[in-house]
Design a binder for this molecule. Structure first.
Ligand SMILES: Nc1ncnc2c1ncn2[C@@H]1O[C@H](COP(=O)(O)OP(=O)(O)O)[C@@H](O)[C@H]1O
Ligand SMILES: [Mg+2]
Length: 452
């Protein structure tokens, strides 16, 4: 994209409330806008993050404090605005940020350029209970979902849906960081469903139990886009998750731009129906039995792998938002199906393989090498710390003769996207407590789909 297409007088502010040093989507946004000549400000916890090394970061700003209230977030953003000194395009990079910005719209509006979202749409789509209702209203397939209102109901719903089931907290951004609770977990017994329900007060939102759609080859799809002032969707497209981390239920470690008219139609139908404006990232899983594409998640912000969809004109969702909010036309670029996106720390071998139809790496870039180098050092230290923790925990539980019971987002026996075997693991009898082996430490927020 010629640099002149973007209005370089208008800076961009990227907001990330979730503390995740390995969020490659933030780096993607920094580079995309920075390469187009935009001053990029990052409001995030960048300590120990490779993003801080990017030559395209104009300035780093401290994020809102942990457990920030809406007023704290407003204060942080207005402080940043005062330093930036010019109205800027504000792009939240996580759900917590998107929800806060949508609630603070009026307060932020003079300092920040924001899409004209109707009402509380970002909050509604990010809320998984509300998403179930929105899908029903728009006739978009969605897994059968039950919202229990007692522990006994949670157990019976899990049994009725058929174990294993997927348990989700409706507003995952409210989960306390130190609770050990995960946004989405696979529940394998009625007892687990009951136990999880009892943690509702801690989780801060409703528990949902959802029919489990088995993974398999070509079952996981996503759609990224930017809905402009007229509602037209650009800057993205449909893609396939070729490899996930954690396997079978995680972020896109390897993705490929793949045309899919059904996924495109569903995305357009839902955003039209909602009058959605701005950047979005949808996750779908195809049901092996019916062939229907079920919408699993609606993220009202860029997905971490959004750079997969940089088209022939260099347009992506963050550039589309900047162009649209500065009243510039979006260039009509050529779509590049077959283009791949690889997150090197989760799929190092895929990053080494030759890519015939174009590929972007999440961390390494020839014109901005420092973040890629920093990532390997920081990632090595992170993995070593996790292994040590795991050994310590195994030692401690061995000494006490008790094994930790860990609810995990994905369990090893579950077929993953990269395993081509079809059926889910054999299900334990209902009410049978699942003996849980000392798990590889549960995925941290930096490693799971929800934060990406
Ligand atoms: N009903 C389901 N059946 C099977 N897998 C699911 C289901 N819902 C979610 N998953 C898996 O869990 C991942 C995370 O779920 P999602 O709803 O996107 O929550 P979040 O990203 O907020 O953690 C999905 O990408 C998918 O791999
Ligand atoms: Mg998700």
């Amino acid at each position: 994209m010629p640099e002149s297409l973007l209005d370089t007088r208008v800076p961009a502010v990227l907001l990330r409330i979730d503390r995740n040093p390995f969020h490659h989507g933030t780096l993607g946004a920094v580079r995309s806008l920075g390469r187009a000549g935009i001053d990029v400000h990052v409001v995030a916890d960048s300590t120990g993050s490779p993003v801080r090394k990017s030559r395209f970061v104009r300035q780093l700003h401290p994020p809102p404090p942990p457990g920030a209230t809406l007023a704290d977030i407003a204060a942080t953003l207005l402080r940043v605005a005062a330093r930036v000194e010019r109205p800027a395009v504000l792009i939240p990079m996580d759900d917590a940020g998107a929800v806060a910005v949508s609630r603070l719209r009026e307060e932020l509006a003079p300092a920040y350029l924001l899409p004209q979202q109707p009402g509380s749409v970002p909050e509604r789509v990010a809320d998984k209970a509300e998403l179930t209702r929105l899908c029903a209203a728009a006739d978009v397939p969605h897994p059968l979902t039950v919202i229990p209102d007692s522990a006994a109901q949670a157990a019976s719903a899990a049994w009725r849906l058929g174990l294993p089931v997927v348990a989700k907290w409706s507003r995952p951004w409210l989960l306390p960081a130190d609770s050990g609770l995960r946004s989405t977990v696979v529940v394998r017994s009625t007892q687990e469903a009951r136990d999880l329900y009892l943690r509702t007060p801690e989780a801060g939102s409703q528990l949902l139990l959802q029919a489990f759609l088995p993974p398999g080859q070509d079952r996981d799809w996503f759609f990224h886009g930017y809905a402009d002032r007229s509602g037209a969707v650009g800057g993205g497209g449909p893609g396939r998750k070729l490899c996930a981390w954690p396997r079978g239920a995680g972020l896109t470690a390897v993705g490929e731009w793949t045309e899919n008219p059904q996924v495109r139609t569903l995305a357009q139908r839902l955003t039209d129906e909602l009058g959605y404006r701005g950047i979005f990232d949808l996750d779908f899983r195809r049901c092996g039995a019916t062939g229907d594409y079920h919408l699993l998640d609606f993220n009202p912000r860029p997905g971490a792998q959004f750079r997969l969809f940089a088209d022939g004109a260099g347009l992506d969702v963050v550039r589309a938002q900047h162009l649209d909010l500065t009243h510039r036309p979006l260039p009509a670029g050529v779509p590049l199906p077959g283009r791949a996106f690889v997150v090197e720390n989760y799929a190092p071998l895929a990053a080494l393989r030759p890519a015939r139809r174009g590929r972007e790496l999440a961390w390494h870039a020839g014109d901005d090498t420092a973040p890629g180098r920093a990532m390997w050092g920081l990632w090595g230290a992170h993995v070593a710390r996790r292994l040590l923790d795991r050994l310590r925990r195994a030692g401690a539980s061995g000494a006490a003769g008790v094994r930790p019971r860990v609810v995990r987002q994905a369990t090893p026996p579950m077929p993953s996207l990269t395993d081509l075997t079809e059926p889910p693991p054999s299900t334990p009898a209902p009410s049978t407590p699942v003996p849980t082996a000392p798990a590889p430490a549960a995925p941290t927020d930096d490693e799971k789909a929800s934060s990406c």
